[in-house]
Design a protein around this ligand. Structure first.
Ligand code: SF4
Length: 109
């Protein structure tokens, strides 16, 4: 009886873990499949998005400060260490971890 309970608990735990791994994989695949933001698109131009933060036009976008990148922006949804990832401001596209836009907000922590 006790053995059956342990097996049931194991199956539940394995199932929950498997679901978490599967969800993680789907998110990774989705992020990897996103096309990069077209820096010449109207939205990118309006927000001053560049895929290399150091090339920000500081005359136009004076909020930029050295060291700010998508990777350390609160809105960046890429995994730690990723080269690119989703950002809600550019739905369906990936922003570069090294990128920047005028909506940059410091990631807490
Ligand atoms: Fe990058 Fe943040 Fe701008 Fe999104 S909001 S493009 S993550 S700087």
């Amino acid at each position: 009886m006790k053995q059956a309970m342990n097996r049931r608990r194991f199956m539940f735990a394995a199932g929950a873990g498997g679901a978490a791994i599967l969800a993680g994989s789907i998110i990774d695949v989705a992020a990897a499949d996103l096309p990069p933001v077209d820096t010449s698109s109207p939205q990118a131009m309006a927000l001053g998005y560049v895929d290399d933060a150091t090339t920000t036009d500081t005359a136009k976008f004076s909020r930029y400060e050295a060291g700010q990148t998508c990777a350390n922006c609160q809105l960046y949804q890429g995994a730690a260490g990723s080269e690119s990832g989703p950002c809600p401001l550019f739905a369906g596209h990936a922003v570069a971890a090294a990128g920047w836009c005028n909506s940059w907000v410091k990631k807490p922590g």
